[in-house]
Design a protein around this ligand. Structure first.
Ligand SMILES: C[S@@+](CC[C@H](N)C(=O)[O-])C[C@H]1O[C@@H](n2cnc3c(N)ncnc32)[C@H](O)[C@@H]1O
Length: 371
């Protein structure tokens, strides 16, 4: 029943379907290799995208990997129909979009096909518990031996700061039209909040902190396309959780965590001293260090990469060991990123951040990076 409601929200407000670099299979391959997992060659693999919307994220990948096979599934018939028309227009034959519920993936594909890469971007937090469980079951049952799955989700503690805004938008929608997911009254509510702050918010310091935080998020919401805001802020389900809980759920489903797709803070970057010692002693395993990182930086979105639990023993998480796998990689930024220099300040990667930024778009070899 709830899946029927979710389907109709996406049929009505189709989701702008983009390509996300952090889900590209070449990239997932590189991250998996970096952590010691011999992932399958992305140029001859089977790939499944769960909740592909119109296929915007995999159509380009299918064109670039003509010897790999791509399947995208989504609940929304409207979105699948738009994607199919695009694929027919391009004449791409190694990709299929199918209208299907995530809950039917295992019964449909088990024993018929295994996937080397499963991509699930922007779904996991936005579906009910039983669908989340079906996503993890599908990864366990349908991944090949060294298969890699990408799952992104909203997380705490970052989302704790945004939740009151989402609640206010939905509360205002119910008051206005009786429909909790009605976008316009939701947007009007935060427009009103901004105007109210400009005139009436007192200048006491605690109120100012809250005002500034809310204003930052309101500006962020107002700068995004309506289709994104409708689903991120007004959607029936949006359940963020702590990274630790994601990992525990993955473990319960016979899966294990490899790394995040966007490189996260490594405590060994901290120069020796009391702060570094406290961190290393208090958060002495990979998962706890990652969770501590989320607390320190108030992380609100994660892109986690997982594999079958049987691969746990082959995984490498220390930087020294990773080096073995990256000797033939070359490094560059995807765009000039001066803020990287700021965030690397006073850590031993500060010179590297500066070099990558100054050299953009040129690359650095592994030996250059090490030096
Ligand atoms: C927020 S959109 C994300 C789309 C796309 N992956 C992206 O990141 O742009 C969520 C998608 O999940 C799909 N979806 C939600 N529940 C589903 C289910 N039970 N089975 C299949 N697809 C589902 C929706 O139709 C929608 O296209």
């Amino acid at each position: 029943m709830i899946n029927k409601d979710i389907k109709s929200t996406y049929d009505e407000h189709t989701y702008d379907s983009y390509s996300y670099g952090q889900t590209w299979i070449d990239y997932l391959y590189a991250v998996a290799r970096l952590h010691g997992l011999a992932a399958s060659d992305p140029y001859s693999s089977n790939i499944l995208e769960i909740g592909c919307a119109m296929g915007g994220n995999i159509i380009g990948q299918a064109i670039n990997h003509p010897n790999s096979n791509f399947i995208g599934i989504d609940l929304s018939s409207e979105q699948i129909a738009i994607g199919k028309r695009a694929i027919d227009g391009i004449g791409c034959t190694n990709i299929k979009l199918i209208e299907m519920d995530i809950c039917n993936l295992v019964s449909e594909f088990k024993g018929k096909i295994e996937f080397d890469y499963i991509i699930c971007h922007g779904i996991y937090s936005w579906v009910p518990d039983f669908v989340r469980s079906a996503i993890l079951d599908s990864c366990k049952e349908l991944l090949s031996k060294n298969g890699v799955a990408f799952i992104s989700y909203n997380c705490y503690p970052g989302w704790k700061y945004v939740e009151p805004l989402r609640d206010f938008m939905r509360f205002s929608a119910v008051k206005s039209s009786g429909n909790v997911a009605d976008l316009e009254p939701g947007l009007n509510a935060i427009k009103f909040q901004k105007a109210f702050y400009a005139k009436y918010m007192p200048n006491e310091s605690s109120a100012t902190h809250i005002k500034n935080l809310n204003l930052e998020y309101i500006n962020h919401i107002q700068s995004y396309p309506k289709s994104y805001v409708a689903h991120e802020y007004m959607e029936i389900c949006n359940q963020p959780f702590y990274f630790l809980d994601f990992v525990a759920d993955a473990n319960d489903h016979g899966l294990c965590y490899i790394a995040d797709a966007t490189y996260h803070f490594d405590p060994s970057f901290l120069p020796d001293g009391a702060i570094s010692q406290y961190f290393k002693l208090s958060f002495d395993d990979y998962i706890s260090a990652n969770q501590a990182y989320d607390f320190l930086y108030s992380i609100r979105f994660r892109s986690s990469i997982i594999t079958k639990a049987q691969n746990q023993n082959t995984l490498i998480t220390s930087d020294e060991h990773k080096a073995e796998f990256i000797k033939d990689l070359h490094f560059k930024l995807t765009k000039p990123t001066p803020q990287l220099i700021n965030s690397a300040k006073n850590t031993y990667i500060e010179p590297l951040a500066k070099a990558l930024n100054d050299l953009f778009p040129a690359t650095l070899s592994y030996d250059d990076v090490k030096a």
